[in-house]
Design a binder for this molecule. Structure first.
Ligand code: MN3
Length: 213
Protein backbone atom coordinates (compact mmCIF):
# COMPACT_ATOMS: atom_id res chain seq x y z
CA UNK A 1 0.00 0.00 0.00
CA UNK A 2 1.30 3.42 -0.92
CA UNK A 3 0.95 5.57 2.20
CA UNK A 4 2.46 8.73 0.80
CA UNK A 5 1.64 10.80 -2.28
CA UNK A 6 3.54 13.66 -3.88
CA UNK A 7 2.24 16.92 -2.35
CA UNK A 8 1.25 19.47 -5.01
CA UNK A 9 3.34 22.62 -5.35
CA UNK A 10 1.52 25.58 -3.79
CA UNK A 11 2.31 27.68 -6.92
CA UNK A 12 3.12 27.20 -10.60
CA UNK A 13 6.53 26.00 -11.77
CA UNK A 14 7.48 29.45 -13.11
CA UNK A 15 6.48 31.32 -9.93
CA UNK A 16 10.00 31.61 -8.55
CA UNK A 17 11.52 32.97 -11.79
CA UNK A 18 14.04 34.44 -12.32
CA UNK A 19 15.63 33.19 -9.08
CA UNK A 20 14.71 29.54 -9.58
CA UNK A 21 13.76 28.60 -13.13
CA UNK A 22 10.59 26.75 -14.14
CA UNK A 23 12.35 23.78 -15.73
CA UNK A 24 14.37 23.11 -12.58
CA UNK A 25 11.23 23.37 -10.44
CA UNK A 26 9.29 20.98 -12.68
CA UNK A 27 12.01 18.31 -12.76
CA UNK A 28 12.77 18.77 -9.07
CA UNK A 29 9.12 18.29 -8.12
CA UNK A 30 7.87 15.70 -10.64
CA UNK A 31 11.03 13.59 -10.84
CA UNK A 32 13.14 14.00 -7.70
CA UNK A 33 10.43 14.55 -5.08
CA UNK A 34 8.33 11.84 -6.76
CA UNK A 35 11.28 9.44 -6.53
CA UNK A 36 11.66 10.07 -2.77
CA UNK A 37 7.92 9.53 -2.35
CA UNK A 38 8.03 6.23 -4.26
CA UNK A 39 11.21 5.16 -2.46
CA UNK A 40 9.62 5.84 0.94
CA UNK A 41 6.52 3.78 0.05
CA UNK A 42 8.67 0.94 -1.21
CA UNK A 43 10.89 0.94 1.88
CA UNK A 44 7.85 0.89 4.20
CA UNK A 45 6.23 -1.90 2.18
CA UNK A 46 9.19 -4.14 3.04
CA UNK A 47 8.44 -3.78 6.76
CA UNK A 48 5.92 -5.44 9.06
CA UNK A 49 2.43 -4.08 9.67
CA UNK A 50 3.68 -1.94 12.57
CA UNK A 51 5.45 0.32 10.04
CA UNK A 52 3.66 -0.41 6.77
CA UNK A 53 0.55 1.54 7.65
CA UNK A 54 2.15 4.58 9.23
CA UNK A 55 1.28 7.80 7.47
CA UNK A 56 2.84 10.47 9.73
CA UNK A 57 6.25 11.14 8.23
CA UNK A 58 7.44 13.26 11.17
CA UNK A 59 6.69 10.44 13.62
CA UNK A 60 8.57 8.00 11.36
CA UNK A 61 11.62 10.27 11.15
CA UNK A 62 11.64 11.00 14.89
CA UNK A 63 11.75 7.25 15.50
CA UNK A 64 14.19 6.37 12.74
CA UNK A 65 16.37 4.35 15.13
CA UNK A 66 13.42 2.01 15.78
CA UNK A 67 13.03 1.11 12.11
CA UNK A 68 14.33 -2.40 11.41
CA UNK A 69 17.88 -2.26 10.15
CA UNK A 70 17.12 -3.75 6.74
CA UNK A 71 15.01 -0.70 5.83
CA UNK A 72 16.39 2.05 8.08
CA UNK A 73 18.80 3.56 5.60
CA UNK A 74 16.17 3.65 2.82
CA UNK A 75 13.54 5.23 5.09
CA UNK A 76 16.09 7.76 6.34
CA UNK A 77 16.99 8.75 2.78
CA UNK A 78 13.63 8.66 1.03
CA UNK A 79 11.55 9.68 4.04
CA UNK A 80 13.92 12.56 4.69
CA UNK A 81 13.75 13.55 1.03
CA UNK A 82 9.96 13.30 1.09
CA UNK A 83 9.59 15.60 4.12
CA UNK A 84 12.47 17.98 3.30
CA UNK A 85 11.02 18.81 -0.11
CA UNK A 86 7.48 19.21 1.23
CA UNK A 87 8.86 21.82 3.65
CA UNK A 88 11.06 23.37 0.96
CA UNK A 89 8.23 24.09 -1.52
CA UNK A 90 6.12 25.74 1.15
CA UNK A 91 9.01 27.85 2.42
CA UNK A 92 9.27 29.69 -0.91
CA UNK A 93 6.93 31.99 -2.81
CA UNK A 94 6.80 34.53 -5.58
CA UNK A 95 7.71 37.93 -4.12
CA UNK A 96 9.30 36.47 -1.00
CA UNK A 97 12.44 37.62 0.73
CA UNK A 98 12.96 40.43 3.21
CA UNK A 99 13.09 39.73 6.91
CA UNK A 100 10.73 37.74 9.14
CA UNK A 101 9.95 40.35 11.79
CA UNK A 102 8.21 39.72 15.13
CA UNK A 103 9.28 36.93 17.47
CA UNK A 104 11.30 35.06 14.85
CA UNK A 105 13.47 38.10 14.20
CA UNK A 106 14.05 38.41 17.94
CA UNK A 107 15.08 34.76 18.14
CA UNK A 108 17.40 35.12 15.14
CA UNK A 109 19.01 38.24 16.59
CA UNK A 110 19.51 36.52 19.95
CA UNK A 111 21.42 33.63 18.35
CA UNK A 112 23.22 35.27 15.46
CA UNK A 113 23.49 38.95 16.47
CA UNK A 114 21.55 40.36 13.54
CA UNK A 115 19.58 39.23 10.52
CA UNK A 116 22.55 39.97 8.25
CA UNK A 117 24.86 37.90 10.44
CA UNK A 118 22.35 35.05 10.29
CA UNK A 119 22.08 35.34 6.51
CA UNK A 120 25.87 35.37 6.15
CA UNK A 121 26.36 32.29 8.31
CA UNK A 122 23.49 30.38 6.69
CA UNK A 123 24.77 31.22 3.19
CA UNK A 124 28.45 30.56 3.86
CA UNK A 125 27.96 27.26 5.70
CA UNK A 126 25.34 25.98 3.25
CA UNK A 127 27.52 26.80 0.25
CA UNK A 128 30.35 24.94 2.00
CA UNK A 129 28.44 21.63 2.37
CA UNK A 130 30.58 18.92 0.80
CA UNK A 131 28.65 16.99 -1.81
CA UNK A 132 24.86 16.96 -1.37
CA UNK A 133 22.88 18.17 1.60
CA UNK A 134 20.78 20.87 3.18
CA UNK A 135 21.30 23.95 5.35
CA UNK A 136 18.66 24.45 8.04
CA UNK A 137 17.40 27.05 10.46
CA UNK A 138 15.94 24.98 13.29
CA UNK A 139 14.27 25.61 16.63
CA UNK A 140 15.95 23.80 19.50
CA UNK A 141 13.47 22.90 22.21
CA UNK A 142 16.25 22.20 24.73
CA UNK A 143 17.70 25.71 24.49
CA UNK A 144 14.44 27.46 23.51
CA UNK A 145 16.31 29.17 20.69
CA UNK A 146 17.00 28.93 16.98
CA UNK A 147 20.22 27.59 15.48
CA UNK A 148 21.80 26.75 12.14
CA UNK A 149 22.69 23.18 11.22
CA UNK A 150 23.65 21.32 8.07
CA UNK A 151 22.43 17.82 7.26
CA UNK A 152 24.03 15.43 4.76
CA UNK A 153 22.21 13.96 1.76
CA UNK A 154 18.47 13.76 2.59
CA UNK A 155 18.77 13.11 6.32
CA UNK A 156 16.03 15.10 8.06
CA UNK A 157 16.60 17.33 11.10
CA UNK A 158 13.70 15.39 12.67
CA UNK A 159 15.99 12.35 12.95
CA UNK A 160 17.92 14.23 15.67
CA UNK A 161 14.76 14.62 17.76
CA UNK A 162 15.55 12.07 20.45
CA UNK A 163 18.95 13.56 21.27
CA UNK A 164 18.72 17.24 20.30
CA UNK A 165 15.01 18.16 20.07
CA UNK A 166 15.36 20.25 16.93
CA UNK A 167 12.43 21.29 14.75
CA UNK A 168 13.09 22.26 11.10
CA UNK A 169 11.94 25.80 10.30
CA UNK A 170 13.64 26.71 7.00
CA UNK A 171 15.75 24.46 4.80
CA UNK A 172 17.78 25.04 1.65
CA UNK A 173 18.46 22.18 -0.76
CA UNK A 174 21.96 22.40 -2.26
CA UNK A 175 21.88 19.16 -4.20
CA UNK A 176 23.06 19.96 -7.74
CA UNK A 177 19.61 18.96 -9.07
CA UNK A 178 18.25 22.04 -7.26
CA UNK A 179 20.28 24.54 -9.28
CA UNK A 180 22.47 22.99 -11.97
CA UNK A 181 20.35 23.82 -15.03
CA UNK A 182 20.43 27.55 -14.32
CA UNK A 183 23.52 28.04 -12.18
CA UNK A 184 25.76 25.11 -13.24
CA UNK A 185 28.57 24.95 -10.65
CA UNK A 186 27.76 28.37 -9.15
CA UNK A 187 26.19 27.23 -5.88
CA UNK A 188 26.90 30.61 -4.17
CA UNK A 189 24.84 32.43 -6.83
CA UNK A 190 21.91 30.04 -6.32
CA UNK A 191 22.06 30.49 -2.55
CA UNK A 192 22.22 34.29 -2.90
CA UNK A 193 19.21 34.28 -5.27
CA UNK A 194 17.17 31.95 -3.05
CA UNK A 195 16.85 34.59 -0.29
CA UNK A 196 14.59 36.52 -2.69
CA UNK A 197 11.95 33.78 -2.62
CA UNK A 198 11.94 32.83 1.07
CA UNK A 199 8.37 32.77 2.39
CA UNK A 200 8.89 34.15 5.89
CA UNK A 201 5.18 33.88 6.74
CA UNK A 202 5.49 30.11 6.38
CA UNK A 203 8.73 30.00 8.39
CA UNK A 204 7.07 32.05 11.14
CA UNK A 205 4.17 29.57 11.17
CA UNK A 206 6.65 26.72 11.63
CA UNK A 207 8.28 28.68 14.46
CA UNK A 208 4.96 29.36 16.22
CA UNK A 209 3.99 25.69 15.94
CA UNK A 210 7.33 24.63 17.38
CA UNK A 211 6.87 27.03 20.31
CA UNK A 212 3.40 25.69 21.06
CA UNK A 213 4.51 22.07 21.36
MN1 MN3 B 1 16.11 18.24 -3.99
Amino acid sequence: MANFTLPPLPYSYDSLEPHIDARTMEIHHTKHHQAYTDGLNKALSNLGSEWQNKNDIVEILKNIDSIPENARSAVNFHGGGYNNHALFWKSMKNGGGGEPGAELSDAINKTFGSFNDFKDKFSKDTVAIQGSGWGWLVYNESTNGVQFITMPNQTSPWTKWKTEKVVPLLGLDVWEHAYYLKYQNRRPDYVAAWWNVVNWDEVKRNFQQALQK
